[in-house]
Write a protein that binds this ligand. Structure first.
Ligand code: SF4
Length: 366
């Protein structure tokens, strides 16, 4: 039995960075912002940041305005992840550069104008690691992972767990992800270490990332929340998401008319994947309507009444966490499972893969 402050969590909003209530301790790398402004001497700067960091971003932009006399324009569009860069908007708004806040990555620049600005959370994990040790005892080999704001805590937590006798593995950095880092759709740093670990430990208060890690790895996964000092076994939440994902695939199998949606966000342009899925559906006798949109919501899909099921090649979490759709809305891994199913093959564990989408942000300038 896990200790009493182990909890079993279900459901959390769609979020790629620290939630609002935790953002008090998150600090944006303002020295990097000042360095860029002094180096590039822009007249107009375009900025975007996730909801949880809007207050700090606005405060920092006030400083930029006062110090350098720069005009700052904040994007009011949704900003959930590193896929939400606004490089294309720089020219439209006659700006000189863009700052994308809070999605730390192995790349520093995107496109022609955009700089990624890190944000880091000061909160410590010492206490919650102590809490976790007893429940983790059955697992000798631990894989450590976290999201952007807690990456600097991987080293100290690794040392603490090793001092308690665990063997700890942290996934290596690659062309987009930093060491031990996960996004909600990209688990490519920890994925190659799966066979070397018995369980994964996710550092942070984001069930969104922790449940993704659990689904992708197919291993026991525990979330260590430094704010509440709670340790959550992600199994129940992962099972729930997986069940819904499978159900949606089986419901879609019977559909005759499909909508295949290509995302218009800069980091999610998966036209090749949309083309491939369309071709396979049509080869198997399905009718396909092609659509393109930035934000895929129940309201945006509602007018397309003739469509019985959707496949979207934008953010996979819209499908995996989207509980409000009235028809199946499949992500890329689910679409692969659907194609396998209608062609008489075993879909297998289709969520257990390193990436649920190949973020195009990693293919742009590095
Ligand atoms: S596509 Fe990936 S990076 Fe973008 S919002 Fe979705 S999970 Fe986050």
């Amino acid at each position: 039995m896990p200790p009493s402050n182990y909890i079993t969590g279900l459901g959390e909003p769609f979020l790629e960075t620290a939630p609002e209530e935790c953002s008090m301790t998150v600090k944006i790398d303002e020295n990097e912002v000042f360095r860029i402004i002094e180096d590039k001497r822009p007249r107009v700067v375009l900025v975007n940041a996730p909801g949880g960091l809007l207050r700090q971003t606005k405060e920092l932009m006030e400083k930029v305005k006062e110090r350098y006399g720069v005009t700052v324009i904040m994007s009011g569009d949704s900003c959930f992840g590193v896929c939400d860069t606004i490089d294309d908007d720089v020219e439209k708004l006659q700006a000189d550069l863009a700052l994308h806040i809070g999605h730390n990555a192995a790349i520093r620049e995107v496109g022609n104008y955009t700089y990624l600005i890190d944000a880091v959370d000061d909160v410590e994990f010492g206490e919650v690691v102590e809490t976790a040790v007893k429940g983790l005892a059955p697992y000798k080999r631990i894989g450590l992972a976290t999201f952007s704001q807690h990456l600097h805590q991987l080293g100290p937590v690794k040392e603490k767990l090793e001092a308690k006798g665990f063997h700890v593995v942290v996934g290596r950095r690659n062309n987009l992800m930093l060491e031990g880092q996960v996004f909600g759709c990209d688990f490519s740093a920890p994925f190659p270490t799966r066979s070397e670990v018995d369980a994964f430990v996710f550092l942070g208060e984001s069930e969104f990332h922790a449940v993704g890690l659990a689904l992708s790895m197919g291993k026991p996964t525990f979330m260590l929340d430094p704010y509440t000092n709670e340790v959550t076994d992600m199994q129940a939440a992962a099972n729930e998401r997986k069940k819904r994902a499978i159900l949606a695939v089986y419901k879609a199998r019977d559909a005759r008319v499909f909508g295949v949606i290509t995302g218009l966000k800069e980091g999610q342009k998966m036209l090749g994947r949309s083309n491939w899925i369309t071709k396979r559906l049509e080869m198997n006798g399905k009718k396909v309507v092609r659509l393109a949109m930035r934000d895929i919501t129940t309201e945006r899909l509602a007018p397309h009444r003739e469509i019985e099921a959707f496949v979207q090649t934008a953010c996979p979490r819209i499908s995996v966490d989207g509980f409000t759709f009235d028809r199946p809305v499949l992500s890329i891994p689910q679409a692969d499972a659907l194609v396998a199913l209608i062609e008489g093959r075993d879909p297998g564990e289709f969520l257990e893969r390193a990436k649920w989408i190949e973020l195009t942000v990693g293919l742009i300038k590095q």
